[in-house]
Design a protein around this ligand. Structure first.
Ligand SMILES: Nc1ncnc2c1ncn2[C@@H]1O[C@H](COP(=O)(O)OP(=O)(O)OP(=O)(O)O)[C@@H](O)[C@H]1O
Length: 769
């Protein structure tokens, strides 16, 4: 450090000390406030009735009592609000105390006489005179730190775009109240800082990236205009990071109007949810709603079990089955569902009988229900038809109550009821009746109403609709709506597939490719409006969704803005070309309000790992390695599994690898189980991640590829990259996904013949041992 820098650092340290003193002081004041309010609340609670005059003598006294109770409640509520507010502020201060800020920018606003200096941190802080000592990283002005080089920069202020002249950008690494390092930088975000941050990372859980958000990422984070924001990014380019910071940004920007339960994120698997769960809390925000697409479907199709990730991934398909899936995954199929549904306004809705008691003769027969349903005039659309049919059925149900009370089952039931059960039927214990006939009539009516609830519930829940039958009915019409030959299918193929589906239904199962269409059809027939309260929908790993599923999500969240992220090179579930995905989905949104952002630099991995993994992709992808150095990937070819296990054992036993998060990634679950057992037999302890419900743990894990999706590890050992395991183009994306999980070291093992997907890579890019 030269003399000038030393003076600078001393000045910055003095400023930091001042800010820390302010934080300490505000903290102790707040703690005092909180303690006081809490004790007031306690006192109020303990003496709640001392100040309340309980008097129920007459109407006005009752009124007065109610009023004074209300006043006490209000006092309590106020204390409670103050308490909550202060606790939140205290949490912010505690966060700031650890690291008050990470950057400073000096700038000159156009038309203003003076230059300004601001400091940026995880929250905002102002002193008694309302001077901002720290700006929240999400404040409009903070954007200039992420967005531009020195010189002229524009940011979005509340009054529109604002130009400033940026004269200094300084970054700090602060630990325990001391400035450990500081850099003045010309770059967007100095590579030096990013290097420091990236080098020190290693944990089983994701961390926030606010100190080093890159310019392109900042665009994603602060976008508020697009209805569809589509991010295509290389493995490790920070897509997932960008959306998490984006959620924090949106919650800040729309504070008061947007809550975390109006934001939903679809993630690849449960393990991944685990991996990211700390990021938002670290930023002082609550986690959004999180689920996998499978969970989303399953919770809405309770009667059928939906094919899960494991079954989907490990299923082998015939050509014809994969053509069938192609069709069912297409937007054409989505449109066909809608077209089919619109015909249902005239005819074709499938009904079920509703039974009550007597299981042989329906209470309301499907013919009767159908007649009601189609009795309304043609202005009635599906939604009104269902509503009106329900009303009509409930009315009929009411009219039947009297007749039902006279049926023998009612008398029978009364005779068999215990005294206790009977007593519960009366309105009051001392209820009197003119005659015993009246009393019996009263009880019978009560019983009938109670028992008929099962029928009214069925009516309310649309159980007179035969949705499975409806879906089959729809499938039978598909050849008239879609040209089957365009998907390489014949009418016989199609008819066979319907038989297969009926068989699945009988076993209470439904394939992933049918589940969304099934639900969509249900929604259309019942006129369900979708989840209108959801405002933002995030979909990660978009390449594993079908156009149908995305169209359905759009339909299901009609008021939401969408952010979709993916890497078309990492498609592991959809066995078809995913590059047309973007054009298919963009058709669902207004073109003017669609924005596409590309992220090309991979931050996860060292340059050595990135340069190797990008060669796996055939089409010369524009992936840039971040300039971080590490060892070359190493390839071990051995004769058999026993020798491969030896290699792994030697690696895991090295003392320097003890603290390193290592993942042995296999192709299938079966392979993972085998490797795990073999390592165990060799005295090595690892954790097998065999299902999504498992938690991520430190140390070495063995995991099948489809569960490693979206995660990252210090060291990746790719298990058995032989030509037997990885051959075709579909597997190329799988190989890429596996290899790109590595941050620092990548080891590839194979027995027999090396996979052609890797064998062609230039020998300069790896080492053979
Ligand atoms: N601006 C940044 N500053 C620091 N670290 C970053 C930045 N951007 C990304 N990273 C780090 O790079 C790694 C990869 O990021 P992330 O998982 O978000 O990438 P991704 O694009 O979702 O990857 P994939 O598609 O392979 O799952 C993470 O460790 C993340 O913290």
């Amino acid at each position: 450090m030269d003399k000038h820098e030393l003076v600078n650092q001393a000045a910055e340290q003095a400023r930091l000390d001042h800010v820390l003193a302010e934080i300490t002081q505000q903290k102790s004041k707040l703690s005092g406030d909180i303690a006081r309010v809490k004790s007031e609340e306690k006192h109020l609670n303990e003496h709640f009735y001392d100040d309340v005059r309980l008097n129920y003598g007459d109407a006005s006294a009752t009124m007065e009592t109610a009023l004074s109770i209300r006043q006490q409640q209000q006092l309590l509520q106020e204390r409670n609000n103050t308490w909550q507010h202060s606790t939140h502020e205290l949490a912010t201060l505690q966060r700031l105390e650890q690291k008050p800020y990470f950057a400073r920018v000096d700038f000159h606003e156009q038309g203003e006489p003076k230059a300004e200096t601001i400091y940026i941190g995880l929250g905002s802080l102002s002193d008694r005179d309302d001077n901002f000592l720290i700006y929240d990283w999400r404040a409009p002005i903070s954007s200039i730190y992420y967005d531009g080089k020195l010189g002229e920069v524009t940011y979005e202020s509340p009054d529109g775009p604002q130009k400033v002249d940026l004269t200094l950008k300084r970054q700090f690494i602060i630990e325990q109240g001391k400035i450990k390092a500081m850099f003045d930088t010309q770059e967007t975000i100095g590579d030096q800082m990013l290097l420091e941050v990236l080098n020190e990372k290693s944990s089983t859980q994701m961390k926030s990236i606010v100190t080093t958000i890159q310019r392109e990422q900042n665009k994603i984070i602060r976008d508020t205009k697009s209805d569809l924001l589509f991010v295509q990014g290389a493995a490790g380019s920070g897509k997932t990071s960008a959306i998490l910071q984006r959620i924090a940004y949106l919650l800040y920007r729309y504070r008061g109007n947007l809550t975390s339960d109006q934001v939903i994120m679809f993630s690849p698997n449960q393990l991944f949810n685990d991996y990211i769960e700390n990021v938002l809390p670290e930023l002082g925000e609550q986690n959004m709603v999180q689920m996998t697409y499978w969970q989303f479907l399953s919770r809405r199709i309770p009667g059928l079990s939906v094919q899960n990730l494991f079954q989907q991934f490990e299923e082998t398909q015939t050509n014809q089955q994969s053509n069938l899936e192609k069709l069912k995954n297409d937007v054409l199929f989505f449109r066909a569902t809608k077209r089919y549904a619109s015909h249902l306004e005239k005819a074709g809705v499938q009904f079920k009988d509703i039974f009550f008691k007597n299981q042989t003769e329906p209470y309301f027969s499907k013919e009767q229900i159908k007649e009601i349903y189609y009795s309304f005039n043609e202005n009635y659309h599906l939604r009104n038809r269902i509503e009106s049919t329900k009303e009509a059925l409930l009315k009929l149900l009411n009219q039947r109550v009297d007749a039902e009370t006279r049926k023998p089952w009612v008398q029978d039931l009364i005779e068999h009821m215990s005294a206790e059960e009977l007593r519960e039927l009366y309105d009051r214990p001392d209820q009197e009746f003119e005659s015993s006939a009246k009393e019996t009539g009263f009880l019978a009516r009560k019983i009938v109403l109670q028992q008929l609830k099962t029928v009214s519930r069925k009516i309310h829940h649309n159980q007179f609709l035969n949705i499975r039958g409806q879906y089959v009915h729809f499938l039978k019409r598909v050849p008239q709506l879609i040209e089957l030959s365009e998907f390489g299918l014949t009418e016989t193929d199609w008819a066979d597939s319907i038989e297969q589906l009926k068989n699945d239904f009988r076993q209470r199962q439904v394939k992933m490719a049918d589940a969304s269409a099934y639900l969509y059809l249900y929604d259309l027939v019942t006129g369900r409006r979708g989840e209108t309260s959801m405002r933002y929908v995030f979909i990660d790993e978009i390449q594993d969704y079908t156009p149908f599923q995305l169209a359905y999500l759009k339909y299901n969240f009609p008021r939401a803005k969408f952010t979709m992220l993916g890497d078309l090179n990492q498609a592991i579930l959809i066995k078809e070309d995913s590059s047309s995905l973007l054009s298919e989905i963009s058709g669902l949104f207004d073109e003017e309000k669609t924005k596409v952002v590309q992220l090309t630099t991979s931050y996860r991995s060292t340059a050595q790992v990135t340069n190797y993994t990008k060669e796996i992709l055939s089409s010369g992808q524009q992936i840039e390695a971040f300039d971080r150095v590490g060892p070359l990937p190493v390839v071990y070819g051995r004769k058999n599994v026993t020798e491969l296990i030896q290699v792994v054992a030697t690696m895991l036993q090295k003392p320097e690898n003890e603290k390193v998060a290592t993942a042995i990634i296999t192709k299938t679950l079966e392979e993972a189980q085998q490797v795990f057992e073999l390592l165990k037999a060799n005295g090595l302890k690892t954790t097998l991640i065999g299902s999504q419900n498992q938690r991520l743990v430190p140390g070495a894990i063995v995991v099948p590829a489809y569960l490693a999706k979206g995660l990252e590890f210090d060291a990746v050992i790719m298990w058995d990259a032989s030509s037997k395991n990885y051959q075709g183009d579909f597997e190329r994306q799988l190989v890429y996904t596996i290899a790109s999980r590595a941050m620092h070291t990548l080891t590839i093992l194979y027995q027999g013949e090396f996979s052609p997907l890797l064998a062609h890579i230039s020998p300069d890019l790896y080492e053979v041992r």
